[in-house]
Design a protein around this ligand. Structure first.
Ligand code: NDP
Length: 247
């Protein structure tokens, strides 16, 4: 049984990815930060459809939680599926913050770095011994690493660093036969940063070749395929999933 761990899967892209993974027969460990109720409802949707999932709490930016979290993951693997190993990890948890460079505080900078770079780095490090050979890791980045967007400098910089880290992980984990890729969404209709206003959404749609903003499922389908053998020869790549945003 293949088990994938997805961070920040109480809603949005993470929740949709959890559902797509379950649809492909994977067991899912999904994490939430603050919204346990939403996470349980994703677990229930997966179970109602005949799959199995477990929800665990994790603030990925809190380094002091990571060792205990790894123990929780090991326990969930044994108790729920009677296995020892993970086959996938999606570093998806995150939040957006609009702040022009001249206004960014140290706390805002550190908060974004914790969730988008330091968290994925040390969570992946902690879980490394739990991956089976042939595992797949997907880091969720952002098309803002390609298209400079005013007000998103720290967010986009850490996402850019995560794309570099993706290649380094692929290099170092190759001998364990672990693939590592980044999926870089364009604007997706979720609650990130408070969600998209109708006006902003129509501007983004007009800047996108396919004429609309993305839905969580548009991204989830690509992430899920990278976690299966369909993506088995894709490694060390950043795949933009943005419908042709500003091309
Ligand atoms: P949502 O706001 O819909 O969901 C964010 C998820 O991340 C929630 O499950 C939330 O948990 C969790 N989360 C937030 N902070 C933390 C934290 N400190 N520790 C653990 N979990 C946390 O966002 P999206 O689905 O849109 O975003 C998913 C990823 O996609 C993010 O990395 C985002 O940067 C990226 N992305 C999104 C784009 C978009 O347009 N939506 C575009 C490009 C990239 P809870 O609710 O329980 O607190």
């Amino acid at each position: 049984m293949n088990i994938t761990l997805i961070t920040g899967a109480s809603r949005g892209i993470g929740a949709s990815t959890a559902l797509e993974c379950a649809r492909r027969g994977m067991g899912v460990i999904l994490t939430y930060n603050s919204d346990a109720e939403a996470a349980v409802s994703v677990v229930n949707r997966i179970r109602d459809a005949g799959g199995n999932a477990v929800a665990l709490q994790l603030d990925v930016s809190n380094m002091s939680e990571i060792a205990a979290f790894r123990n929780d993951v090991e326990k969930a693997l044994r108790q729920t599926w009677n296995v020892e190993k993970l086959s996938g990890l999606v570093n998806n948890a995150g939040y957006g913050l609009y702040a022009p460079i001249d206004s960014v505080t140290h706390a805002q900078f550190d908060g974004l770095m914790g969730v988008h770079l330091k968290g994925p780095f040390f969570l992946t490090q902690a879980l490394l011994p739990l991956f089976s050979q042939g595992s797949s890791i997907v880091n969720v980045t952002s098309a803002t690493t390609r298209v400079a967007t005013s007000g998103l400098a720290p967010y986009a910089s850490f996402k850019g660093a995560l794309e570099v880290l993706t290649r380094y992980m692929a290099k170092e984990f190759g001998e364990r036969r672990i693939r590592v890729n980044a999926v870089s969404p364009g604007a997706i209709r979720t609650q990130l940063g408070g969600g998209l206003s109708a006006e902003f959404e129509s501007l983004l749609a007009s800047q996108t070749a396919l004429g609309r903003v993305g839905e969580p499922k548009d991204v989830a389908l690509v992430i899920a395929s990278l976690l299966t053998e369909d993506g088995g020869w894709v490694n060390a790549q950043t795949i933009e999933v943005a419908g042709g945003y500003i091309i």
